[in-house]
Design a protein around this ligand. Sequence first.
Ligand code: UTP
Length: 408
Amino acid sequence: MTYDEALQILKKYGQEHILSRYSALSPDEQKSLLDQIASIDFSVLDTLRDGGASAARGKFEPLGAVTIGDIEANSAEYRRVGLDTIRQGKAAAVLLAGGQGTRLGFDKPKGMFNIGVTRELFIFECLINNLMKVVEESGVWIPLYIMTSDKNHDDTTKFFSEKNYFGYDSNYVKFFKQDMAPSVDYDGRIYMESASKISSSPNGNGGWFSSLVRAGLLSDIREKGVEWLNIFAVDNVLQQICDPLFIGAVVSSGSQSGGKVVSKNDPEERVGVLCLEDGKPSIVEYYEQTDEMKTRLDENGGLAYRYGVILNYLFNVDKLVTIVDDKLPMHIAEKKIPYMNEDGELIKPDKPNGFKFETLVLDMVHMQDSCLAYEVVREREFAPVKNPDGVDSVVSARELLKKNGVEL
Ligand code: UTP
């Protein structure tokens, strides 16, 4: 991209300040800045005008789940179908590890965090150990695709190779990078990190499938005959990946997708709930739930909107291919964004100073014709590491790991 082409784009979006120090840059820095301008999707800035995902929602109704009791009663059948699916090579896993994990305050990829106490036990290692149990049970290696971002790709890939993939067969592990989105101040002006670097951040976990396709990995998926992708977050150290019972339940139900859920502890719990929106599966984030939704009871006296999602979904590849170009709603998140001031100094603010743009995997659920809510035992499968201490933290996750017999 030439300087003039870059300037044309920036003018369209009122962002010419990005090139204001161009003439003082070295040739390499100039090239790098033009490359960034070429790769950034500036159309996300339009979201600030139209309000993005906060736009009106449809009519919500509760959605039932396959409960823990149902699963126990059908476990032999679910396990048989799930293991068959895995043994035929039809299931693969996708680890979403492109986030910045700002709440944890750890300066490396979250998966490199050592959650061990008397020994080293990294978050990535916990996840691989969990997947390994299924490999051992089924007798086949399960392909694992790992999404990273520009910010953590090199650290992540290097770590896996240094640790010898924690015993996993590296031929079955493939990395791909997600896209970045620019960060802006409250007036929609893009921040700069330095004279040659646009402030940008990973664009949310919603773009995982389009990024995977762009990285050329769909052909790998097709060649292997994979039909189902199990998407999961990096931070739940009790995450059960490619769980044969879950896969078996979704496949037997004929549902197009599935989502693991836990029963909400109380109406105010800050978790997105799986329900129906205009007759299609959908997730309503906790901050979008009205008091009526939070407290409504069903005929048995339990919460009607009771099933909270834990970022563990099963999607069908054929369906994903048909929706890969559909636009996901853009979420605007208020964040602390490091930036270069007028004097060229890098400032790290201690309170939010602008917006980042993100699409979310949970919005993909609404693009499915059906989604099986599959209830799991919270204490066995949900130990998210979001914060250093308190709720969903290193401390609470350690306790849950111990309860589940993991030596720390
Ligand atoms: P979170 O919503 O917890 O975001 O991610 P985060 O960025 O990691 O953490 P905070 O909010 O800054 O503390 C849920 C999952 O989605 C992945 C994360 O790595 C995690 O597995 N994710 C998030 C991505 O892969 N890409 C993103 O852009 C954002």
